[in-house]
Design a protein around this ligand. Structure first.
Ligand SMILES: *Cc1c(COP(=O)(O)O)cnc(C)c1O
Length: 385
């Protein structure tokens, strides 16, 4: 049986909602499905203010503009992340200092941030890797002390919490992704969260090409025009229709993903206890939204061999980020600090298949195929010795 790494889940409501869009002849941005999605996130999930965007990357670009990033500003971010966490800040002229990951999981090591804060520092970007919260009390305390913005790249962190507080409600701004690889999807798609009221008007203007069109539609101004910089950051209502179908099924989707995650954990815990590989730790303050199941193996060649072994059994496992401080774009700009754990996750982390339509039997197959790999390896070692 072929087990791909990811398979986008379609609940069945998507096609009906898209039909509704066409029937209403409203398929541009901010139509009725966009409003329904906004209402879900604001009324049900209790976000202060949200705006759907065409992608999480776009929401991060909006954050960068809202933080008023200018050439020479300094931004702090984890190295072990996707390029979109920082690219929008670099595009506006920021210098980046990359921070190492924690030893126990890929999130930014909050204890390494303060030493890098200088007069030019404006923003700390945090990424809740695999939907597991960063150490937010420590990070928010630093932001308070030095008067910095906090932007949460919560692309993977839907339906997850830090000490009972929903991720995406903690920073000044937060960004979510609904790309087809995430838990809740619309093909491409994203969302900006604005947690401080004083930035809401400007966020709406930036999203509407720099115009006060949103205020005009609410009857707050009698004509609309160009008032600020901005771009086109509205998704089509068709995208919102897909998203609304997904969030209408969010509890079922999340329930199933969590079941699958626990099954992996149960099936692989023997190998972890025997020291064959590790599983990133979930700190006591964080919940697990079952975005990803990953393991940390001993070294890169073992990872390549395991990927190959799984592929032979038609199971697709993939590694993840290559640390940004080592990217060809940034290498020459990095200050030379060793980022030991970011390198470890770049070289040794392996993600296993994880999607709604997997069954517990499929998890057993993946786990037993991994077990066979390590038993073989052990036998070969014994023969050599
Ligand atoms: C997926 C992802 C993004 C990008 O999301 P898009 O919606 O594809 O722009 C950014 N940051 C992280 C951490 C991600 O996982």
């Amino acid at each position: 049986m072929e087990i791909p790494f990811n398979k986008p889940y379609i609940s069945g409501d998507e096609i009906n909602f898209i039909k509704n869009c066409f029937e209403s002849s409203r398929i541009a941005g901010d139509g009725s499905f966009t409003k329904k999605c906004h209402l879900f996130f604001e009324a049900e999930q209790k976000f202060n203010k949200v705006l759907l965007t065409p992608s999480c990357t776009d929401a991060l670009e909006m954050s960068s503009i809202l933080c008023d990033i200018r050439p020479g500003d300094h931004v702090i971010a984890p190295s072990y992340t996707f390029v979109s966490s920082v690219n929008p800040f670099v595009m506006r002229g920021a210098d980046i200092s990359f921070i190492d990951s924690e030893a126990s999981n890929p999130n930014i090591d909050a204890s390494k941030i303060e030493a890098l804060i200088c007069d030019r520092t404006k923003v700390i970007i945090v990424v809740h890797y695999a939907g597991i919260s960063c150490d937010m009390d420590a990070i928010l305390a630093l932001a308070d002390k030095y008067n910095l913005f906090v932007v949460e790249d919560a692309a993977q962190a839907i339906d997850s919490f830090y000490k009972g507080k929903r991720l995406g409600t903690l920073g000044h701004f937060a960004t979510f992704s609904f790309h087809e690889t995430k838990n809740i999807i619309s093909g491409e798609g994203g969302m900006l969260v604005i947690n401080k009221d004083e930035y809401v008007d400007r966020a709406e203007i930036i999203r509407e090409k720099g115009t006060n069109r949103a205020a005009f539609f609410r009857g707050l101004v009698d004509k609309y025009g160009w008032v600020d910089i901005g771009s086109s950051f509205l998704p089509s209502d068709i995208t919102a229709a897909i998203l609304y179908a997904q969030i209408s099924n969010i509890n079922r989707i999340q329930g199933k993903r969590k079941l699958l995650w626990r099954k992996y954990f149960y099936e692989l815990s023997d190998l972890v206890l025997q020291g064959y590989f590790q599983i990133p730790e979930i700190p006591e303050y964080a919940t697990n939204n079952a975005h990803m199941f990953s393991i940390i193996v001993a070294n890169t060649s073992e990872r390549s061999a395991l990927i190959e072994h799984l592929a032979k059994h038609e199971i697709q496992a993939v590694f993840h980020y290559q640390s940004l401080h080592r990217s060809s774009f940034f290498e020459g700009k990095h200050d030379g600090r060793e980022l030991k754990y970011a390198d470890i996750y770049s070289n040794q982390l392996l993600r296993l298949p994880m999607y709604y339509e997997m069954t517990e039997d499929m998890i057993e197959i993946v786990a037993s195929t991994i077990k066979k790999f390590y038993l073989n390896q052990m036998n070969q070692k014994n023969i050599r010795e």
